[in-house]
Design a protein around this ligand. Sequence first.
Ligand code: ZN
Length: 74
Amino acid sequence: MSDTAVYLPGGTVSHRLKWNHSPNGAGSEALCGRTAWPGYWYGTGSQDEEEKAASLPLCVACAAIIRHRAGGVP
Ligand SMILES: [Zn+2]
């Protein structure tokens, strides 16, 4: 299962949601621990949002976790 790319309104980076977190939950956490509280994540509601999420640079903290995970460390 691939990670969901999401961003906050006005955000300059995209994050990756934890695999079991829904973008529609205000308390949903990205890999780096950030939440959209009290709002909601953007990035999955429409084609435009998906394209914007894909075009934003990945959050540095999320990227570090993805690299760490790719290294096979549990
Ligand atoms: Zn992040």
